[in-house]
Design a protein around this ligand. Structure first.
Ligand code: ADP
Ligand code: MG
Length: 707
C-alpha cells in the first residue's frame, strides 16, 4: 500500500532542477540569478507584465507616438550590416499594410541560427522611427502559428530575467514556459484554500488555486486583477494574523505585575505639582495605560506622539502609578544628554515628593555607580533614569514594574527579553517614538504591540514658521539670527552628522563653526559646539552652557537631534538640509517652538538639489504635522527605508506594498483581528484550515507557544 503523503513531501518543495526543461545547469543559474530553488519559489515568481496575444495590430498603425506594439507578418531579407562595434543584424517584417525594420545589436549569431526568413512571426517590442520608417530594436518574437491566432485568448506572462540567464536561453519568455509547465504539474490539492469560506465570500476573493493560475496565466485582465488582489490579501492577512496572535497570547497568558491602585503619589503630583492641565490625548493614553496595567497581564505598548506632544509627562505619571503600587520604574533614553535632561526635569517636578530618582550613565565614577546600583537593588531608588546601560546585566532591581523607553523606534526583541529577566514577573513596557511613523507601517512592523496615539499638541503652541533658503542668502539668515538673539532668544545651527570616518563632514562643521564665529564675535556672543567626536563630558558641558543660556548659539551635528528641550531657543537653522531625511528634519525642527515665542526653521541648501530633496523641503515648509510628514516620508522612500523598520522582517512582502495596497491591508487587518478576537486558538471548524496553513509557514516560533 502507499504511505500517506506527508507535508514536506509536497510537490512544491521539489528542487527546481526536476522540472521538465530545467536540469542541473539551468537550475544552478536560476538559483544564483533569481534565488529560485524549489517549485514553490518558481510558483511565487510572478510576471511583471502580460502580453495580450489577442491584440495583434497592423504595421500601418504604427506612428511616432506608438510605444509598445504587437504585430504579425512574414520576416524576410535578413542580413548583417556594419562592422565591429557597428555590427548589427537587420530584417524586415511585412503584414500587407506596411513594413517594419527589425534590428539586433546583440545575440546576433543566436538570432541568425533560430530565425527562419519566410516564416510568419509574432513580434512584440518598443517601436521607433528612423528616417520616417518604423523600426524595432531587439524585438521579442516567436513563430506565429494559425493556432495561436485562432486559439484561446490569453495574456502571456513576461517574467524578469537577467543577462546571464538570457545567455543560457532563459529569457523571460523561456521562464514563462517553465511556469506553464509547473502550473500544469501542480494539482489543485497542492494549493489548498487557506482562507475561510466566509472571508472569501465577504471580500469576494478568488479561490487560491485559481488565483495562482490567473496571476501567471490569466484568462483575461479582470481575472488577473482578482487573482493579484486575492494573493495580496492572503499575504497581508497571514502577517496580520501572526501579529494579532502574538498580541492575544500576551494578553491572555503572559503574567504581568498589577497596578490596580491610583495612590497618594500619583494623586498628590497630579493635583499639586503638575504644572499644566493634561491634553485630551494625554488623558486618553494614561487611561489606556492604567487599564492595561491593572489586568495582571504584561503591557507592551507603543506610544506614538508628535514631537512636543508631551510624552514625558505621560511617562512620569505612569511611573508614579508603578510607585503607588510598590514597584520601581526605569526610563531609558538614547543619549546621555537626554537622560540627564530627563533626570533633571523629573527631579525638579518631584522635588516636593517622597520619590527617589537616580541617574545612571556611562560617565559616572566607579564609586558613584556602585552606590547607585546598590540603592537600585535594595529598592531605595524608585526611579532609575539612564541610557541603554540600564539593560546591562549588572543593573539589578528589587522589584521593577515598569520600563519606559523614550525616543526610540527600535527596541528589539532581544532587548525586551533582557528586561523581562530583571524581575520574576516581566515589567510593563512603554515605548515612545521619537517622531510619528505612518499608521500602515506601525500596523505591519509593530502590530504585535498595543498602540496609542497622541495626535494633539498642548494648547498655545504656534507652528514653527519654516522656509527654504539657498546658500547665497546666508548673510540675510545670519542677520536674522542676530536680530533674534538681540531680542534675548537662542539659535541652533545644525550640520550633517559626523560619522567616525567622515572627515569631510567634520571639516564642514569646523568651517561652519568658524563662519558663525565671524558673524557672532565674542564677547558679545558665545557659541557652544557639540559633535560626536567629543568626549561625553565635553559634550555635556557645552550642552549645559546652552541650556543655561550662557551661550546663545548651538552649533552642532545631529547628536542634538532627539528630545533636547531649550524653550528659549527660537531659531533652527539646518545646513545642507537636502542631506537630511524628512523625519530627521521634523525631529530637528521640534527643538524650537517649545516656548511662548514665535519660532523659525530655516532650511539652507546648495543651489542644486534633487527632486526628492525639493519635495522633502516643500513638505517641511507646508506642514508642522508629524503624522502627515511621516506619510509623505513613506511615500517618498518606501517602507524598506524608514527609520527603525529596516530590520523588520514584517515588511518583506512578495507581492504587496503597504503604500500602494493600503486598502487591502486595512481589510486584511480587520479580518485578522476579528478572527483572533472570536477564536484566539483557531479551533472552530472554519478556522482549522487557517491554523493548518499557519503551521506550514516556516520561520516563526511564536505560534508553537499558542498551539
Ligand atoms: P515630547 O512628546 O516631544 O517628548 P515633551 O514631553 O518634551 O514632548 O513636552 C514638550 C513640552 O511641552 C515640555 O516643555 C512640557 O513641559 C510641555 N507640556 C507637556 N504637556 C503639556 C500640557 N498638557 N500643557 C502644556 N504644556 C505641556
Ligand atoms: Mg520627548
Amino acid at each position: 500500500m502507499f504511505a500517506p503523503i506527508e507535508r514536506n513531501n509536497s510537490i512544491l518543495s521539489t528542487p527546481i532542477e526536476y522540472l521538465k526543461g530545467v536540469g542541473p545547469l539551468r537550475a544552478d543559474m536560476l538559483k544564483k540569478e533569481l534565488q529560485l530553488f524549489t517549485f514553490k519559489d518558481l510558483l511565487e515568481f510572478f510576471p511583471y507584465r502580460h502580453v495580450d496575444k489577442t491584440q495583434v495590430r497592423k504595421i500601418a498603425e504604427i506612428t511616432p507616438n506608438t510605444d509598445y506594439i504587437q504585430v504579425a507578418g512574414v520576416l524576410y531579407d535578413m542580413q548583417i550590416q556594419g562592422e565591429k562595434k557597428g555590427k548589427r543584424l537587420t530584417a524586415f517584417l511585412k503584414d500587407g499594410t506596411g513594413i517594419l525594420e527589425l534590428t539586433w545589436f546583440q545575440g546576433i549569431s543566436w538570432v541568425q541560427k533560430t530565425i527562419v526568413p519566410g516564416q510568419q512571426y509574432l513580434v512584440f517590442g518598443k517601436t521607433g522611427f528612423f528616417m520616417g520608417k518604423p523600426q524595432m530594436v531587439h524585438p521579442e518574437l516567436e513563430v506565429f502559428s494559425p493556432a495561436a491566432k485562432e486559439g484561446k485568448s490569453f495574456l502571456e506572462p513576461v517574467y524578469p530575467s537577467t543577462e546571464k540567464l538570457k545567455a543560457r536561453g532563459l529569457s523571460g519568455r523561456a521562464i514563462s514556459k517553465l511556469s506553464f509547465e509547473l502550473l500544469n504539474k501542480v494539482p489543485a490539492t497542492e494549493l489548498k484554500e487557506n482562507l475561510p469560506e466566509s472571508l472569501l465570500k465577504e471580500h469576494q476573493l478568488m479561490p487560491r488555486y485559481l488565483a495562482y493560475r490567473n496571476a501567471h496565466f490569466p484568462v483575461d485582465t479582470a481575472h488577473f486583477d482578482a487573482a493579484i488582489r486575492r494573493l495580496k490579501f492572503e499575504e497581508f492577512f497571514y502577517a496580520q494574523l501572526r501579529l494579532n496572535l502574538v498580541k492575544s497570547q500576551r494578553h491572555r497568558f503572559s503574567r504581568g505585575v498589577v497596578f490596580d491602585k491610583v495612590g497618594a503619589l500619583f494623586n498628590t503630583f497630579y493635583h499639586e505639582h503638575l504644572p499644566f492641565d493634561l491634553t485630551g490625548a494625554q488623558k486618553r493614553v494614561l487611561k489606556e495605560i492604567r487599564q492595561d496595567t491593572a489586568q495582571g497581564k504584561q503591557m507592551n505598548r507603543l506610544l506614538q506622539g508628535d514631537v512636543g506632544s508631551g510624552k514625558t509627562i505621560v511617562a512620569l505619571l505612569s511611573m508614579l502609578l508603578a510607585a503607588d503600587n510598590g514597584f520601581q520604574a526605569c526610563l531609558m533614553a538614547p543619549t546621555e544628554i537626554l537622560s540627564r535632561q530627563h533626570y533633571e526635569g523629573i527631579s525638579a517636578l518631584l522635588s516636593q515628593m517622597p520619590v527617589k530618582v537616580a541617574l545612571l550613565t556611562g560617565s559616572l565614577k566607579a564609586a558613584q555607580k556602585k552606590k547607585i546600583l546598590a540603592s537600585v537593588l535594595s529598592g531605595e531608588t524608585n526611579f532609575l533614569i539612564g541610557t541603554h546601560a540600564l539593560i546591562e546585566d549588572k543593573v539589578q532591581f528589587s522589584n521593577l514594574g515598569l520600563v519606559v523607553v523614550d525616543e526610540q523606534h527600535r527596541f528589539g526583541v532581544e532587548q525586551r527579553a533582557k528586561l523581562w529577566k530583571k524581575a520574576a514577573i516581566p515589567p510593563h513596557v512603554l515605548v515612545m517614538t521619537a517622531t510619528p511613523i505612518p499608521r500602515t507601517l506601525a500596523m505591519t512592523a509593530y502590530g504585535d504591540l498595543d498602540y496609542s496615539v497622541m495626535d494633539e499638541l498642548p494648547p498655545g503652541r504656534q507652528p514653527v514658521h519654516t522656509v527654504h533658503r539657498y546658500e547665497d542668502a546666508r548673510p540675510r539668515v545670519m542677520q536674522f539670527i542676530r536680530a533674534e538673539i538681540d531680542k534675548g532668544r537662542q539659535a541652533y545651527i545644525i550640520f550633517p552628522l559626523i560619522e567616525e570616518s567622515d572627515k569631510l563632514d567634520y571639516e564642514n562643521l569646523m568651517k561652519g563653526y568658524e563662519n558663525v564665529k565671524a558673524w557672532f564675535p565674542e564677547p558679545k556672543y558665545w557659541i557652544s559646539m557639540v559633535h560626536g567626536r567629543q568626549p561625553a563630558e565635553q559634550k555635556e558641558t557645552n550642552m549645559q552652557r546652552f541650556v543655561r543660556n550662557d551661550t546663545q548659539i548651538m552649533v552642532s551635528t545631529t547628536v542634538i537631534e532627539v528630545g533636547v528641550n531649550v524653550p528659549n531657543a527660537s531659531v533652527m537653522v539646518i545646513e545642507n538640509a537636502e542631506k537630511f531625511g524628512l523625519s530627521q528634519l521634523h525631529q530637528l525642527r521640534g527643538r524650537v517652538g517649545r516656548g511662548a515665542e514665535k519660532s523659525f526653521c530655516i532650511l539652507l541648501t546648495g543651489l542644486k538639489i534633487t527632486n526628492d530633496a525639493r519635495e522633502r523641503l516643500t513638505t517641511m515648509c507646508k506642514t508642522n504635522n508629524g503624522f502627515e510628514i511621516a506619510e509623505k516620508d513613506l511615500e517618498l522612500r518606501g517602507p524598506g527605508d524608514i527609520e527603525g523598520t529596516r530590520q523588520s522582517g514584517a515588511l518583506n512582502f512578495k507581492l504587496s506594498d503597504i503604500v500602494q495596497d493600503k486598502p487591502i491591508l486595512e481589510i486584511a487587518k480587520t479580518a485578522a483581528e476579528k478572527i483572533v478576537a472570536a477564536d484566539p486558538e483557531l479551533n472552530s471548524a472554519e478556522n482549522l484550515l487557517v491554523k493548518d496553513h499557519l503551521r506550514s509557514l516556516k520561520g516563526k516560533t511564536e505560534w508553537s507557544k499558542i498551539s
